[in-house]
Design a protein around this ligand. Structure first.
Ligand SMILES: C[S@@+](CC[C@H](N)C(=O)[O-])C[C@H]1O[C@@H](n2cnc3c(N)ncnc32)[C@H](O)[C@@H]1O
Length: 213
């Protein structure tokens, strides 16, 4: 099943950027800039962008952590990574890793922040749980996880399509997550705050891992 998903994303990678610009009507990438502005990192920090796709965040993130910082992009689709690789070739502090988000090849507590944009809802429900456990494991205490997703559409027809697509791709558990996302995230992180992006019909859930006492 995962193999099929990977093939789907490999094929999708060829049209992905055009599709997203059309779908979100956010040709300027305003929602993504809005997300990066909220990532609480500074010069020298390390950030992981999960399910990174074709490099929608990496370039912005690396500018934020500066040359002494580190940005890692993870994706399981070679097609998506190939495009990201072409775009980030000249950025020495960006590393791309092919891996599954539910089993990350990194030591514990090494990242200051983790981002995941427009991908979490597309994970299967059971995978979502394992991914959240992995994010908590690799984040330093006090580190932040920022998840950007499309907000539930207000138009009833578009909303039905939105739910149908989520149920199809993520299954019943993914739908449960959507309905109770704030509570679910609070089970994993100390603090969860929701903000709505001014463009691109997106929202961001900002989650903070508790510091040790
Ligand atoms: C809709 S795209 C989002 C890409 C990018 N984050 C963005 O905002 O444009 C979803 C991405 O998640 C990746 N993906 C899906 N399931 C994954 C998994 N289990 N492990 C790693 N990557 C995954 C896909 O290959 C694809 O690149």
């Amino acid at each position: 099943m995962k193999g099929l998903r990977r093939v789907y994303y490999d094929i999708f990678s060829r049209f992905y950027d055009g599709f997203i610009a059309l779908h979100s009507r956010d040709t300027q990438g305003t929602a993504r800039t809005f997300l990066v502005e909220r990532v609480p990192v500074q010069n020298g920090d390390s950030v992981l962008d999960l399910c990174t796709g074709t490099d929608t965040l990496l370039t912005y993130l690396q500018a934020k952590v500066g040359p002494s910082g580190q940005v890692v992009g993870v994706d399981f689709s070679p097609g998506m990574l190939k495009i990201a690789e072409r775009r980030t070739r000249n950025l020495p502090n960006v590393v791309l890793v092919r891996a599954d988000a539910d089993s990350l090849p990194f030591a514990s507590e090494i990242f200051d922040a983790v981002t995941c944009s427009h991908a979490f809802y597309e994970l299967k429900g059971e995978t979502q749980k394992r991914v959240l456990q992995e994010i908590v494991r690799i984040l330093r205490p006090g580190g932040a996880f920022l998840m950007m997703e499309h907000d539930v559409p207000s138009n009833p027809f578009v909303r039905t399509l939105f739910y149908f697509r989520l149920a199809f791709i993520g299954g019943g558990l993914a739908m449960t997550f959507l309905r109770h996302e704030q509570e679910v995230l609070e089970d994993y992180f100390g603090r969860v705050e929701k903000v709505v992006a001014p463009a691109g019909r997106s929202k961001i859930l900002i989650c903070q891992k508790l510091c040790r006492m």
